[in-house]
Design a protein around this ligand. Structure first.
Ligand code: MSP
Length: 518
């Protein structure tokens, strides 16, 4: 059996235009998906849109269109975004698809069969915006209104609801966390979830009668399912649930990684595993909660008008520049800030000056002085061997380990340390001096070591900055069929004498006016 890897983004609400936050989660998943594919895994990468709920209904009403028409339009924006940021997703799921209704209703029936769903009465303060009930002690009184911690206004609501017996799942969840120490990452989030569960779980209201834009509850025509049961089920719908014997389901469930923002960790690490276990299915192997972005130190919000559009970012920084900045500005898992100044600085330092210059200096020198072909190779000295070992052997091992822990920043550190070493190497070996001193053999060897180092860098950078890496590999005449990580080793090093194309810049330096972000 081949190794498999399945990864998901949250499905995005259709009440928003795609912004920096959505782009972040998708790019982080895309890097994982691409890395694993290149590393020999059979990968399944899923993203999509979350289209039900009262908010969507209300927005559609305001526009005088049907909710379906609204979601068709907005969902397409997210589909386009995935394409435009070079996401390599294998499927794009929409919760308004027929396949999803079947999956949700089947899962529901399983929960009923397990005795975990019962009909109850629910009364409480309800926030339409959050689609959630709040306890009295969570609310603030503002001008006679009840305001939730999220800032949403609540109204008193009484419904007959189906309830999920979450209160009975506490011990089993705690045992699952205990048996699977990596299930919730990072560690701080894991501790938060564990203490939340330890403090006691209440039963969860899982149907609504106050609106009808949702998946109908089987045999209860007045009820639609609570949006989170509906939304979470997307992950298995896409794999063909309820057909659990299908190839796809067997191969890719349980998911290796649900990537989510820290705001939705509870749904993914408490509710979702409880639903799954109740239905006789395995929980996902890992849920990683990343942090939230601010923009120039300020929370992103529509009312402040500082919501960053991925399209503006791509214009300013190029697509690969944006992909790099998203994962390179601060450690994944932390909250962080998007500062235009810092983004430009980092992109220029690493991609334009570090990598771009290394490639430019090496390849144009080779074009002029080594016959526009991969240079010949002589005896390797200790410096040569050291750089080659770092590039051909150690780099992949370290980056693989970093990504297995979603430590993108550590992956970049490893890669750009090699770039840095190679820049020091070219300066100390000084091929231009070797040329002047008429030492062509040594000059060629040095150039060879540099070209081969660039090949390794091009290969390892593919998941992160696919266009830039592709350009670099093209210039080294590395055939598309030999670009996976099986080739990232000395055995497949460049062959001396291979003709090389005319060198072109691989990453432009961002200029001041160019990077001025408003
Ligand atoms: N529809 C639910 C998810 C259901 S998954 C079964 C949802 N959608 S969302 O569109 O509101 O958010 C999707 C993701 O974008 C979340 O993981 C959220 O954390 C992320 N982000 C939204 N704004 C963000 C920032 N400012 N910064 C980082 N990520 C942010 O929640």
């Amino acid at each position: 059996v081949s190794k498999t890897y399945s990864i998901t983004t949250p499905i995005y609400y259709v009440n928003d235009v795609p912004h920096l936050g959505h782009t972040y989660t998708t790019v982080a998943c895309d890097v994982m998906a691409r890395f694993k594919r290149l590393d020999g895994f059979d990968v399944y990468f899923l993203t999509g849109t979350d289209e039900h709920g009262q908010k969507v209904k209300q927005s559609a009403d305001k526009l005088g269109i049907t909710p379906q028409a609204l979601t068709d339009k907005v969902s397409q924006n997210f589909r386009d975004l995935a394409h435009d940021i070079n996401a390599s997703n294998d499927d794009f799921i929409r919760t308004t698809e027929d396949r999803h209704e079947v999956a949700c209703q089947t899962l529901w029936k399983k929960l009923v069969q397990s005795g975990d769903i019962y009909l109850g009465k629910h009364a409480g303060w309800y926030a339409v915006r959050d689609e959630a009930y709040y306890n009295d002690d969570e609310l603030r009184d503002v001008d006679g209104k009840k305001i939730a911690p999220s800032g949403a206004e609540c109204t008193w609501m009484e419904e007959e609801n189906y309830m999920f017996r979450l209160s009975a799942w506490g011990d089993r969840l705690l045992k699952y966390y205990d048996d699977h120490p990596d299930f919730i990452q990072p560690e701080a989030r894991r501790n938060e979830v564990i203490s939340f569960v330890k403090s006691g779980l209440r039963d969860l209201s899982v149907s609504r009668t106050i609106f009808d834009w949702g998946v109908p509850v089987p045999d209860a025509p007045k009820h639609v399912m609570y949006v989170w049961i509906d939304a979470l089920t997307n992950y298995i719908t896409a794999l063909g649930y309820p057909d659990i014997n299908a190839e796809k389901f067997k191969k890719f469930w349980p998911a290796d990684l649900h990537m989510v923002g820290k705001d939705i960790i509870r749904f993914h690490t408490v509710y979702w595993p409880a639903f799954l276990m109740s239905a006789g299915l395995l929980p996902p192997k890992r849920v990683f909660a990343h942090g939230w972005w601010t923009v120039e130190g300020v929370k992103m919000s529509k009312s402040l008008g500082n919501v960053l559009s991925p399209y503006d970012l791509m214009k300013t920084y190029t697509l690969d520049g944006m992909r790099y900045a998203l994962l390179g500005l601060f450690p994944f898992g932390n909250d962080g800030d998007f500062s235009a100044e810092l983004a430009k600085q980092k992109i220029n330092n690493h991609l334009a000056n570090g990598l771009g210059n290394l490639a430019q200096r090496t390849l144009s020198f080779v074009a002029k002085n080594a016959g526009a072909a991969v240079p010949s190779i002589g005896t390797l000295n200790a410096d040569d061997q050291k750089l080659l070992k770092a590039a051909q052997t150690d780099m992949l091992v370290a980056v693989r380990d970093a990504l297995d822990h979603q430590k993108y920043d550590r992956a970049f550190e490893t890669i750009f340390a090699v770039v840095n070493d190679a820049n020091i190497y070219i300066d100390t070996q000084a091929p231009w001096t070797l040329k002047k001193n008429n030492q062509p053999d040594r000059m060629n060897t040095v150039l060879y070591v540099l070209c081969e180092t660039l090949r390794c860098l091009g290969l390892i950078l593919q998941p992160f900055v696919p266009d830039t890496a592709g350009k670099l590999l093209d210039q080294l005449a590395v055939d598309k069929s030999v670009r996976d990580f099986g080739y990232l080793c000395g055995q497949y090093a460049l062959k001396p004498g291979t003709p090389l194309p005319e060198p072109v810049g691989i990453f432009p330096r961002l200029m001041d006016d160019n990077a001025a972000q408003k």
